[in-house]
Write a protein that binds this ligand. Structure first.
Ligand code: IMP
Length: 435
């Protein structure tokens, strides 16, 4: 049962890219199972000879691509923007990363079209602003579930592609004109553009579910890479302020076409504090100097949109919920070093509603907006942790902070990250490295 799933345990941006890059050393395949180019997974590569270290932000291609033995899969659960994909392929090739034979794209992934992006941005001008990334994600999933979507496989047959595109664009143009009163899209322009993509991505397209299941039979190790985070899950997140897919671990099986029985372990990635981009309730948000410091020190600006992220203290109530819905067995805590300079660090350990303590995380936004967080205070460690490489190198207060998180969640803290670089990684004693 060699599938390991990596999920974001909060509202996304937990630093999954670095963790997946690290785990990729020991796996054969890294497969992305949902979302689209709304994600931004950052990986910092060590310097090569005279070069400086290099930072890559991946939106679609799995973060395992930097390990030459790894095959990367974009699964059927992903909504694929071919233009964003081409940009990413070019970026990697320019940097000398050979992806030939190492990138496979599901023939059943749905395509993001220019009208999806147009509709995404129009909806965001309405009353119920979600604060989306504007990448057309919601409208593309709408078409998928409406059974009106265009899939990667359709790129392979010109007649089918033209027929489906024409029908879709005509329909969407009517919507744009009649309902939203905005400029229509040019049918021929879109048809020409998407026909060109066929030539460019043809070599990567395959039945990835079959490929992954064959790999499982050969006892290959697969890392299923989630995007966004559990609290943005369309079913289990803070609906409607969520993304339109299933970042929780359950999404890995449907998004890749692999059986649940193949899953061996589930790792949750959580920041040592909390952030959120876009709208929606955020119980521990800090609208003050401490929040501003977290944003500045942590570089908390969206990797995809550049938007400033909302920042706040760690929330153990929502994390416990995340552990539950995902079945998280081990946690990687990231960005501990961002807290290095704080005198006092607060952690939310409970919520009250109308003076009564709640027993679990309420996902309905009406309740969540009314709750009051209960905090426990930790003394800061006021010293740099970015050079620590062993758990015992961390200052006592930092160790106590990490241990308290594990204890409260009754979940093993497996790894602590103290910087963006590969070597700024600490394995917590008692856990096998990388297992
Ligand atoms: P969408 O996925 O672009 O439709 O955006 C829906 C919500 O999810 C918005 O609040 C976005 O800010 C948020 N979101 C989408 N992708 C990410 C991500 O990769 N990291 C953090 N938030 C995200």
């Amino acid at each position: 049962m060699p599938v390991q799933i990596i999920v974001g345990a909060q509202w996304g941006d937990e630093g999954k890219g670095k963790i997946v890059d690290h785990l990729s050393e020991k796996v054969d395949i890294v497969a992305r199972y949902q979302g689209g180019a709304n994600a931004g997974h950052t990986v910092v590569l060590p310097p090569r000879r005279a070069d400086r270290e290099k930072e890559f932000v991946l939106h679609l291609i799995p973060s395992g691509i930097f390990h030459s033995h790894v095959v990367c899969v974009i699964g059927n659960g992903v909504v694929l923007d071919p233009k964003a994909l081409m940009d990413e392929i070019n970026q990697l090739q320019t940097a000398g990363i050979d992806i030939k034979g190492r990138l496979l794209i599901s023939h059943h992934a749905h395509l993001i079209m220019p009208y999806h992006k147009a509709l995404d941005s129009i909806r965001e001008q309405g009353n119920q602003k979600i604060g989306t990334t504007g990448r057309g994600i919601g409208p593309a999933y709408i078409d998928k579930y409406l059974r009106a979507g265009i899939r990667v496989v359709d790129l392979l047959d010109r007649d089918i592609l033209c027929r489906k595109l024409k029908q879709n664009i005509e329909e969407k143009n009517e919507l744009l004109r009649k309902v939203y009163n905005v400029r229509e899209l040019d049918i021929d322009e879109i048809i020409n553009e998407y026909q060109e993509f066929d030539k460019k991505i043809d070599e990567y397209i395959t039945d990835t579910s079959e490929y992954l299941n064959n790999a499982l039979r050969k006892k290959k190790f697969i890392l299923a890479e989630g995007a966004q985070g559990a609290l943005l899950d369309v079913d289990h997140g803070t609906y409607p302020y969520v993304t339109s897919s299933s970042p929780t671990s359950g999404g890995a099986c449907t998004g890749l076409g692999i059986p649940p029985t193949s899953v061996r372990s589930i790792i949750g990635v959580a920041k040592a504090y909390s952030t959120r981009v876009g709208n929606g309730p955020f119980p521990t948000e800090l609208d003050n100097d401490a929040g501003e410091r977290l944003r500045t020190i942590g570089g908390e600006f969206g990797a995809t949109t550049g938007r400033p992220r909302r920042c706040g203290w760690l929330d153990l109530v929502s994390l416990a919920y995340s552990v539950r819905v995902n079945g998280i067995q081990k946690i990687a805590v990231t960005k501990l070093d961002v807290l290095d300079d704080f005198d006092e660090i607060r952690v939310c350990t409970g919520y009250t509603l109308n003076g009564r303590k709640l027993s679990s995380f309420p996902t309905d936004v009406q309740t969540l907006e009314k709750i009051h967080p209960i905090y426990k205070n930790f003394r800061g460690w006021k010293t740099s942790t970015s050079g620590a490489r062993r758990f015992k190198d961390l200052p006592g207060n930092a160790r106590r902070y990490i241990e308290a998180i594990g204890k409260s969640l009754r979940t093993q803290i497996w790894m602590v990250s103290v910087g963006a670089r590969r070597d700024q990684t600490i394995f917590v004693p008692g856990n096998r490295r990388g297992s």
